[in-house]
Design a protein around this ligand. Structure first.
Ligand code: SAM
Length: 789
């Protein structure tokens, strides 16, 4: 059979897609499968299977235990007479579930047990208001968790609470899970939750509560409005009580009706282990085969893009228990009937192998229909998803060649810089601006003085040379670099590639004396176009403003141009439970982990705020524009000398420093609107920059770069040089619906260091004109990991 190029791994045009890992769960299964049955399920296309930890025998034993206890209590009450006070004594003995025996389970260590997903008993009710039932349930869970852990289980699936209304029940459930995780101290625990409580899909299987305290079905009129976020809320309580353990995951049941995007994105950010799809979610297509709606397909495609791809668990789609009960007899397999052999031939399998399960077959089809990985989803880029990196210390540290090589792998940034330099050169000529090489003898010299400061291995120098050539602009060019090793590289490149056209200086740009122009080496000249790329994920966080302050006095006035011309920092509050868990796990070794702005390719996140008029989802914190006309540092240097600095190590310049960097301090206060309830774990930070803004007044678009999610495609599509920055919160901040999140952020400096401080406050609307404060974070500060100037 020929396969189209994009699906044939041998072909050059092969496109890869996320792989579906499909498992099977049977909600009526009360015994683990035998080896033969297991083999049969695998050969029908599944890759893994669930197994109950205990069996029907154990269930019967527990039910009998409770029944006997109730009987005993009644007898005791009759014997003791009507001493109501004694009967209500909470210290009276309650049922204790005896330890498991070999009759209670068909699981034993070894074999393929590690590849099974072990299912704890669905008939317990940890949320029960009946203290005996909740206690028995907790004991059962602990016995099962301990035994599964003993057997070497990697995953234990625990059915989630059946409803979310009782906060008492959810609290009991959450505490019981925490205890079970302590008991099963190695295995991952996965809570099986619905995406939301979809009417008609409530779990009906019997529980201890339904056996002993049957409730009447709610009347039709009792039906409440569906609260889309209630199941997520319960999950949030459970994982919070479990301190965001990295061993705790969630399996979500895909509903029949796919909910709105906000809920889909909420779950997208959670540690999803399984997506479970039960038989009733599938529709039959015209040919009678199972299929899923377009909305379901889109949902699955979205979740399959996560770095840890969730596994798919198909529930109750066969092979049916009765099919498995009649496990193929070897002799039958060797001598199949003619009809069986024919059918097997049609299905391209050997006669004794099971037929491919129709639902698995359909999922394999969906697997092939997924959009192929894009250029932004290479394995290297994907591996950076949600991976925390401490930000660079560009002044204190020197980068390695390999780091520069990574920068240079992204042509988009350099293309935009080249475009900006090109436009600046063209407009310089159009506007007939004088150049810094002009002298009384040669007043109309068109030779521009260009300086690339912080040249690294030289890619911007190459782009500046290319812009000069393409625009026919004569230039004198300088390249400055403080990294001595990169300087060696630049010297070589000048000889080999640039024909010694570039004047290289190994210096910190803040201490550079300025350009000595050709033919006038005894005097210091000025720079017409200053090109720098000192930008961090938040724009100013790698101290571009401070470095540019130190070199801008060499820029020709009034015509000199800085590329970049300006940059802005932007924020958005986000829910990112996985990063919170990751940072929490680092605190022991790194006490500043929660006060460090991390560079991270944010991926599994939920932007909790909605765009409304005047309050966009991404809001500008502040801006820096270059050059600056008046600098206090220049006045200070004139009085005290260039090298003088007064820093007394206070909390800001007001505490004793001379205040020469105070103009680079910033503050913002932003309001984000959240119509639905949720939780935030920190602030996502981004930047954008105008590299060059046209000066001709002809209404030309500025040349820009941006990493803002809603701007990057328009301004610098596919640019990968910067990942966002993440300002974490020490404690997750829960907020109700109709909330405003007020974010305050400061860029602080004491003339020797730069750091950020951030604070989030939660205000809830409780009336048309009344807002009350319902939560606040600590004031966080990155001063202990500040950038040194
Ligand atoms: C982000 S890298 C950019 C390198 C190169 N321009 C590129 O785009 O590939 C910033 C460079 O500026 C240099 N740098 C940072 N601060 C500097 C300073 N004050 N003086 C001179 N070089 C500096 C760093 O060593 C580094 O090589």
């Amino acid at each position: 059979m020929s396969s189209s190029g994009s699906l044939n791994p041998e072909s050059d045009s092969f496109e890869s897609r996320p792989v579906f890992y499909i498992g099977q769960h049977d909600s009526t299964r009360r015994e683990a499968l035998t080896d033969d049955q297991y083999g049969q399920v695998l050969s029908s296309g599944f890759r893994f299977v669930t197994a109950p930890i205990t069996n029907q025998h154990f269930f019967n034993r527990v039910v009998d235990l409770h029944r006997d206890y109730l009987k005993e209590r009644e007898q005791w009450a009759q014997q003791q007479g009507p001493a109501a006070g004694q009967q209500a004594n909470p210290s009276l003995p309650a049922p204790v579930v005896p330890t498991l025996t070999d009759k209670d389970t068909s699981l034993f260590p070894g074999g393929y047990l590690g590849s099974l997903a072990l299912y704890s008993s669905p008939w317990i009710d940890l949320c029960s208001p009946d203290p005996h039932i909740s206690s028995i349930s907790r004991q059962v869970l602990n016995l099962e968790a301990a035994y599964a852990n003993f057997c070497g289980a990697r995953t234990i699936v625990v059915p989630g609470p059946r409803q979310d209304d009782s906060s008492r029940g959810i609290a009991q459930y959450a505490r019981a899970i925490r205890e079970a995780m302590h008991v099963a101290n190695r295995a991952n625990v996965i809570i099986h939750m619905p995406m939301y409580r979809e009417p008609g899909l409530e779990e009906k299987a019997e529980t201890l509560s339904s056996i002993f305290n049957p409730e009447k079905e709610p009347e039709a009129g009792d039906k409440k409005e569906v609260d889309l976020f209630s199941a997520w809320d319960s999950w949030n309580t459970i994982r919070s009580v479990c301190s965001y353990s990295m061993r705790l995951f969630v399996a979500i049941r895909i509903p029949r009706r796919v909910p709105e995007k906000t809920l889909q994105e909420r779950w997208f950010a959670e540690p999803l282990h399984y997506l479970t799809i039960s038989q009733e979610i599938f529709q039959l297509n015209r040919a009678g085969h199972p299929s899923l709606s377009r909305h379901h397909q889109d949902l699955i495609n979205r979740y399959m893009r996560l770095r840890s791809i969730p596994w798919l668990m198909l529930c109750d789609v066969g092979p049916r228990p009765e099919e498995l009960a009649t496990v193929s007899d070897e002799s039958n397999a060797e001598f199949p009937s003619l009809a069986e052999a024919n059918q097997a031939l049609k299905e391209n399998r050997r006669p004794h192998m099971s037929a491919m399960n129709a639902h698995v077959g359909y999922m394999r089809y969906l697997e092939r229909q997924q959009p192929p990985f894009s250029a932004m989803e290479t394995p290297a880029l994907t591996s950076f998803q949600d991976w925390l990196q401490p930000p660079l210390q560009p002044l204190a540290d020197n980068l390695e060649s390999a780091t520069y090589e990574v920068f240079e792998g992204d042509p988009v940034k350099y293309d935009q810089y080249e475009k900006a330099i090109t436009e600046a050169m063209i407009e310089w000529r159009e506007l007939k601006k004088p150049t810094s090489t002009a002298t009384p003898e040669n007043p109309s010299s068109s030779e521009l003085v260009v300086t690339v400061a912080g040249a690294g291995r030289g890619p911007l120098v190459s782009r500046a040379l290319r812009a000069a050539e393409s625009t026919g602009t004569p230039i004198q060019i300088w390249a400055l670099e403080k990294n001595q090793d990169a300087y060696v590289y630049l010297l070589r490149k000048n000889k080999v590639e640039w024909g010694n056209k570039v004047t290289l200086v190994k210096t910190d740009m803040r201490g550079w004396e300025g350009p000595r122009l050709k033919g006038r080496e005894d005097a210091i000249g000025k720079v017409d176009i200053l090109v720098t790329e000192l930008l961090g994920s938040f724009g100013d966080n790698e101290l571009s403003p401070e470095c540019l302050d130190g070199i801008q006095n060499h820029l020709a006035r009034p015509h000199g141009i800085s590329i970049p011309h300006s940059y802005t920092a932007h924020l958005s509050p986000i829910s990112t439970p996985r990063l919170f868990a990751d940072i929490s796990s680092r605190v022991v070794g790194d006490p500043n982990a929660f006060e460090t702005p991390w560079v991270v390719r944010l991926f599994a996140l939920d932007y909790v705020s909605q765009k409304v008029p005047d309050h966009p989802r991404f809001q500008q914190a502040w801006e820096f524009v270059h050059p600056i006309d008046v600098l206090r540092a220049d006045d200070f240097a004139a009085v005290h000398g260039k090298a003088a600095k007064y820093v007394t190590g206070g909390l800001g310049s007001m505490a004793g420093a001379s205040g020469t960097n105070e103009h680079n301090a910033r503050h913002c206060h932003l309001t984000f609107v959240c119509p639905t309830r949720g939780v935030i774990h920190g602030l996502a930070g981004f930047f954008e920059s105008v590299l060059y803004a046209s000066q001709t007044g002809a209404g030309k678009e500025p040349v820009e770069i941006s990493i803002l999610p809603d701007q990057i495609d328009r301004k610098s599509r596919d640019m990968i040089s910067w990942f966002p920055i993440f300002f974490p919160l020490k404690k997750p901040l829960y907020f109700p619906q109709d909330t405003e999140l007020e974010v305050s952020m400061w860029r602080q400096t004491d003339d020797a260091k730069v750091w950020y401080e951030w604070l989030v406050e939660v205000y809830a609307w409780v009336g048309p004109n009344t807002r009350i404060k319902v939560g606040t974070s600590d004031l966080h500060s990155s001063r202990k990991v500040a950038c040194l100037m």
